[in-house]
Design a protein around this ligand. Sequence first.
Ligand SMILES: Nc1nc2c(ncn2[C@@H]2O[C@@H]3COP(=O)(O)O[C@H]4[C@@H](O)[C@H](n5cnc6c(=O)[nH]c(N)nc65)O[C@@H]4COP(=O)(O)O[C@H]3[C@H]2O)c(=O)[nH]1
Length: 939
Amino acid sequence: MSIDPTAPMQESSPDLPGVIIRLAWIGGALVALLVPLVFFVVAYQGEVAPLEVALRLGARGYAGAAPAQSAPARSPQAVVQALSWLGDDTAIRLLDANQRLLAANAADPGLPRLTRSVMLEGDGGAPLRLELRHSLLPLATMTLFMLAPGLLLGLLAFTSLKSVPMRAFHLALQEVAVRKRTEERLAKSLSIFTATLESTADGIFVTDVQGRPIVANQRFFDLWNLPKSAIAGVAALDMLVLLADQLREPQAFLALQKDLTRHIGDDQGAILELRDGRLFEWNSRPQYVDGSVAGRVSSFRDISERKRAESLLAAEKQVLEMVVCGNSLQAALGELGRHVEMLSGQMFCAILFRESEQDSNLLYATGPSLPRAVTDAIAHQGQGALNDIFAHAASQGGAQDHGLSDEFSGVIEGIEVHPAWRRYRELLSRHQLCACFAVSILSSSRQLLGVIVAHYRKPDDQPRHDRELIWVAAHLTGIAIERRQAEARLQVLAHYDTLTLLPNRDLFRDRLGQALTRVERHKSLVAIMFLDLDRFKTINDTLGHDAGDNLLREVATRLQRCVRAEDTVARLGGDEFTVILEHINKPEEAAMVASKIVEALSPAIMLGGQETFVTPSIGITIYPGDSTTSEQLLKNADTAMYRVKQEGGNGYRFFTPELNTLAVGRLETESGLRRAQEREEFAVYYQPKMDLESGAIIGAEALLRWNHPERGPVSPVEFIPILEETGQIEQVGEWVLKTVCTQLRQWQDAALPPLNVAVNLSGRQLQRNNLASTIGTILDATGLDPRFLELEVTESMLMHDAPYAVEMLMQIRAKGVIHIDVDDFGTGYSSLSYLKRFPIDALKLDKSFVDGLPCDEDDIAICRAVIALAHNLKLRVIAEGVENDAQLAFLRDNGCDVIQGYIVSRPLPADAFAQLVRQHACMPGRGAGSDSPRLSLVH
Ligand SMILES: Nc1nc2c(ncn2[C@@H]2O[C@@H]3COP(=O)(O)O[C@H]4[C@@H](O)[C@H](n5cnc6c(=O)[nH]c(N)nc65)O[C@@H]4COP(=O)(O)O[C@H]3[C@H]2O)c(=O)[nH]1
């Protein structure tokens, strides 16, 4: 609640006018009544007294003669007569004992009257009574008349009393009331002043003009640690000296005071620094009475906390700026340590941090004022003992398991006795560092990043605010360390491949540029290798991405072992790696490293408990011979690598200008393929499939052909991978499906024997969710019975995502397509448990196994196993790439169901195939037996 000292005070003086009027009324009334009353009393006395005398005389005249004188008694009539002189308005009566009237001089006067009587002794001693009755009517009338002047006088008295004497009284009363009011106001003001003085957070000290103390509030005594009695009877200068004694610069303060004596009307102020470290803001103002200076009011405000907070804020800002502006962590924390020590005044600050998340050892980031011997000793002797110490602190701070992973803070006591301090005890005590307070530095996720330690000379040296200071510093250090860690992580993310931790494409480019510049000066060579893993896609698709990732990590490790520390191994993405070999003298040195790599990758890699083999295709180019630009060198190495791939992989090759021509050719193929469909350069060929039991052509495999306008027919082996890479395969694949279905329908309409034609599906097609509906739409559009359409999917396509493949094939089967064959069976990694769940109809025995028949024992074993497996799973077996009788005989003897290969026919254009089917259908005793006629090769 606030009090407004300017508010008018309530008056409690009596109602003076009321009192005065009342008194005037009383005075006036008294005067008005007293005048007729006094008249009446005086007139009455004047009138009655003679009557009384006359009555007494009359009575004596009747019986009052002494016997000695023996005066004769008078008759009643005579007595009455003797008193007749009293006038007519007075009746004289003489009455006997029985109240009988003996004589009377006149009739009774009317009221008001006065009756007086005396007892007489008549004749014979009989009692008589002489009675006098006097009329008071004139007196009463006169008294009434006197009322008028009485009232007049009363009125005069009322007016006078009210106006003349009472005014003075009134004034006197008012004076008393004003004095009383003033006293009350003064008392109130004084109490407000005292309360205000005592309630302020500032120390207030009031002096007179000579500087003698007048008043000071309690806060003043508290701030200056003075007893209240210090102010009493102290001379002006003594008081100032008392204050100045506590200051770091007393003379400056006294000089200011002296200055004030000369400029008494000036305001003055300064920041005073006390010896105990506190800061006071001092302000002095003149105090005026009636326009002239009567004294000075000084206020002292303790601004130590505010200044410390400001300094801390400034320190925080500076440290954060340093962190943000890319200064080293060491420098930023060093600055922080210095600020902390400065703000504390007592502390020796040390900041220690963990080198990495895995490392629990603590390293010194800074210890600005700690003796070098201490920091050096700890740095050189290892941090084990320090860790023990902080574990001990953690236990004192109530941490759960007393380990460094806990948040803790606490005074580390017992330096003298605790075993954890053993190693440093002597050193610390030599430097008089006897007490220590430690706080953990935590990350935002509460991970321990380090420790901030405050050393003190004595345990009770620690000022109150130091703990807060240390907490703020710990928080700030946490931010700085985390920021650095985040930057380091970003740096890694920006320049390193997160899977293998090898430099990424950007860093590779950077390193290559640097290497070329360096080599330019040394006049040596740089070899750039482009490395791609053979069959990586198959392994990845078959064993899954996790296995693929592990494989890439292992390859990265092995590659790094093959090069020197100054060389660079980078991962560009997928299974593509690059190597920069600096300072080689001749290309042969690069060849040696390449063969070392081939050798290093040849041992099996264990993936999911399974031995996996991977081989590289390496292209090498040499700077400056092949090119002088980074871009071109990388293209060269890529071209050379591509050539190795084409040659079967698992080797290396140097770039040559001829290879470049080939690469250019590939580029041309790519752009040619983009136009091939609209220019109708694609065609579907049909390679017959023959049933071994009946010898009948039961269908065909549809094989895509590209009739290049200049190069003639181009093999799908050359362009299907490019269509896959560029994504065109989906569009082209759909076109093949449409073409085959339309063709089959035409053949059926042309009464060709029933045929099943198999269309190859690419991995990308299978991955499309709408494949089943696309097939359904094509079947509807062409009107083909779905039983005649056959689909070929490769083993690796199925195993890439087996559950998805099961689902997709089920959807396709739901469209009525019942013949689904697994191509290239045996070349990938089949999960037998899945194999029985796929809605498939046949396994195609890969040409690579058929090739070795009937001599190669491995191929024989594989072919027999596949046939047995297929039959056990109630599947047909189609052998592809059958070229000769021996292969045919083996397959027939081992129960193979269908063959496809040059022995039957090469792939044929639609018309030629139709003609072949017709011819074959007309042949007597057709069959694929040894004595059956060989089909003519049309292709
Ligand atoms: N040396 C020899 N070769 C024989 C013999 N019998 C058949 N071939 C060849 O073996 C390949 C069999 O097809 P594939 O394994 O599905 O292998 C096919 C298939 O994977 C792919 N392909 C062909 N057409 C298409 C298509 O329309 N779509 C998709 N996605 N892939 C296709 O291209 C591959 C190669 O096709 P082609 O060059 O036509 O090669 C065909 C065929 O001409 C033989 O006795 N001896």
